[in-house]
Design a binder for this molecule. Structure first.
Ligand SMILES: Nc1ncnc2c1ncn2[C@@H]1O[C@H](COP(=O)(O)OP(=O)(O)OP(=O)(O)O)[C@@H](O)[C@H]1O
Length: 634
């Protein structure tokens, strides 16, 4: 109903005016002078950008071209503020020194790899992004109109109900751009937006970017080798060669520029290919000549050469009023709104992943039945008390692995997505992390219950409500802590490293949980007692033993065929396990404390991964230095 209304409202012709409902932003001209960038990998430093200059203007579509390894991505990363350390020189916005913090709020960076949230449709992705990025100041109807305008502009109407993982390469690229257009950023950086697209898709994508630029935005793309047709669409071309500026001006100015340097472009040749080949040294070393002719980017001589497309009609003032400082670039939505939108998105993705959900249901049921069968009816059997202890131990190990492993597998990829959204200021990290934790709780509880629904009755554990609740609560807490431990580990590591570190880090936890058990009242040495108090598995095990054997419990039943049952008396058994002094409130307090500590740790590491503080940057530098010292050249 709503969408038909919007379609009726949406203007038939597409153009700049279509984005009329977007929040207004001031135009930004981005300049840089004597920009250099050095990377140091411990042993040697490498100068990648060498004192280059340039200006990228509002309303124009700019291409950064150059041979492979020339420094295009580096320049883009530095201008976007994605890389800061090692850069020197002056970067300006509208003639004033760039305030990086403010600039980050103004600009959006669309990376090459088109990371998109899975399991949601294009329409849902746009609506969720609009809720996050446009906040409550804009009403629902206006948000719908904005979403429709952008969907039309980027020609995504046909794919609106397609899930993001089923989109074609071109559609993914256009959706990435559409998502970032929602709050009308004045500066948009795109790292190789045409990579992986065929000629037609590349051409469509670049034409759309030009229309976006015409709306008063500064659009800057790094490109590899554009076709002649695509090349001619760009208003401004900036060629990087060996870290220096080899040309800056219009695309039409390339041939005369090279002709002046006695480098005539063959008639049938693509000027983009030709200038890249010349600057990569294929026709001899002409780079220095080009750099001198363009004064390493200072010369504006070719800036307006043969401009065919007159865009004075674009009323930038009308669309973009005010100066940067007058705009409020804090998050458009409150942390509570961000939390609720993100939670909605996470629940939607969880429920959509039906196959995976059923797999987990099946695996937990299988595990419950297997463990239940292995320890069948041992709960009241005095001759099998030690085995029943084994059941409790097996249960916390099952909770550890079933909760931690999925996180270790999925979270490293999720971090890359979060990095993109966080860098482009969709939301703050606190609402994101809060939503992440809350969204996982129902599934974790549900899977725990499936396991216990089989394992607990099959092993004939006591059916008193208080004991059942305590057993269930302990298992759930252990699963939640394990999940947070998975997040903590995988927030900093790749999938491969997480999958190695996670299980290895769990081993000491498991060993410490049972260290010294069986020695009765005799306490282990202080150091081991301290180490044991760091293991959440220990408290988990104590919680489960107290749930099944804690006082008041009558003696266990000694089967007739057994002559003597040493552990008939539950109190004696508990004392022998070294758990006579275990206090249930302490066990639960420690589990809750460890859950909080693990989550704070995971949040802190995630924050450092996304925006490292000085200490973490120093650790990274030291790490790289150590790595370079211990690396051997074969
Ligand atoms: N952290 C780093 N350590 C060492 N060298 C680096 C680092 N980052 C970039 N470089 C080097 O800097 C040069 C420029 O890299 P950059 O990625 O900017 O090139 P590019 O022009 O985008 O290349 P391509 O078109 O192949 O992507 C390359 O030679 C690259 O090896």
């Amino acid at each position: 109903m709503e969408s038909t209304e919007v379609q009726k409202n949406s203007p038939p012709a597409l153009g700049r005016a279509h984005l009329s409902h977007l929040p207004q932003r001031p135009p930004i001209n981005l300049g840089f002078q004597d920009l250099s960038y050095t990377v140091s990998n411990g042993k040697v430093s490498k100068l990648i950008l060498r004192g280059i200059n340039g200006e990228f203007r509002s309303g124009q579509l700019t291409a950064i071209l150059g041979p492979s390894g020339a420094g295009k991505s580096t320049l883009l990363n530095i201008l976007a503020g994605y890389r800061v350390n090692g850069a020197s020189g002056l970067i300006t916005t509208n003639g004033e020194t760039r305030d990086l913090k403010l600039f980050r709020k103004l600009s959006r960076y669309i990376m090459q790899d088109d990371l998109l949230q899975p399991l949601i449709t294009v329409q849902e992705a746009m609506t969720i992004a609009a809720d996050l990025k446009l906040g409550n100041d804009i009403n629902k109807e206006t948000k719908t109109i904005i979403v429709e305008e952008i969907i039309h502009l980027l020609r995504l109407s046909k794919a609106r109900n397609t899930s993001t993982e089923r989109l074609s390469g071109g559609e993914r690229k256009r959706l990435s751009i559409a998502l970032e257009l929602l709050n009308n950023p004045p500066v948009i950086f795109l790292d190789e937006p045409t990579t992986g697209l065929d000629d037609v898709a590349s051409s469509t994508c670049v034409s759309l970017l030009k229309r976006v630029a015409r709306g008063g935005r500064t659009v800057i793309c790094s490109l590899h080798t554009p076709s002649a047709r695509i090349f001619s669409v760009f208003d401004h071309v900036y060629v990087v060669a060996d870290g220096k500026c080899a040309y800056q001006g219009t695309s039409g100015g390339v041939i005369p520029f090279l002709k002046e340097l006695h480098l005539p472009c063959p008639k049938t040749y693509n000027p983009a290919d030709f200038i890249i080949e010349v600057s990569s040294g294929e026709y001899g070393s002409h780079t220095d000549k080009m750099v001198t002719a363009i004064d390493n980017g200072r010369s504006q001589r070719w800036r307006n050469y043969a401009i065919e497309d007159v865009y004075e009609d674009v009323d930038l003032e009308e669309l973009n009023t005010g100066v940067i400082e007058r705009h409020n670039y804090t998050y458009e939505s409150t942390p509570c709104q961000q939390f609720s939108v993100l939670l909605r998105r996470m629940f939607l993705q969880t429920f959509r992943n039906r196959g995976y959900l059923w797999l987990r249901v099946g695996l937990h049921a299988f595990l419950g039945v297997t463990v239940g069968a292995l320890f069948s009816q041992m709960g009241y059997d005095a001759s099998k008390a030690l085995f029943n202890f084994g059941f409790c131990y097996a249960s916390i190990i099952a909770m550890l692995y079933t909760a931690m492993m999925p996180v270790l597998l999925a979270f490293p990829s999720e971090v890359l997505l979060v990095k993109r959204e966080y860098f482009n200021r969709w939301y703050g990290l606190k609402p994101y992390y809060g939503a992440l934790v809350v969204s996982r709780i129902p599934a974790t509880i549900f899977f725990c219950l499936i396991y216990l629904a089989f394992a607990y009755p099959m092993t004939s554990q006591p059916m008193e409500l208080s004991r059942v609740s305590m057993f269930v609560a302990t298992c759930i807490l252990v699963a939640l802590i394990s999940e947070s431990m998975g997040t903590l580990i995988s927030s900093m590591l790749s999938v491969v490293n997480s999958m190695f570190v996670g299980p290895v880090a769990a081993v000491p936890m498991m060993l410490l949980a049972v260290y010294g058990i069986g020695s009765g009242d005799e306490a282990p040495p202080l150091i081991w007692r301290l180490a044991r108090s760091c293991s959440f598995m220990r408290y988990g095990l104590e919680g489960l033993i107290m749930a099944v054997y804690g006082p008041p419990r009558e003696d266990l039943i000694c089967p007739e065929e057994v002559d003597y049952c040493e552990y008939k008396n539950v109190k004696y058994f508990v004392r022998l396990m070294g758990m006579a002094d275990v206090s249930i409130p302490v066990v639960f307090s420690m589990l809750v404390f460890m859950l909080l500590a693990m989550n704070f740790g995971a949040y802190y590491l995630l924050r450092q991964r996304l925006s490292p503080n000085y200490a973490f940057r120093a650790i990274k530098v030291i790490g790289r230095f150590v790595k370079s010292k211990i690396s051997f050249t074969v």
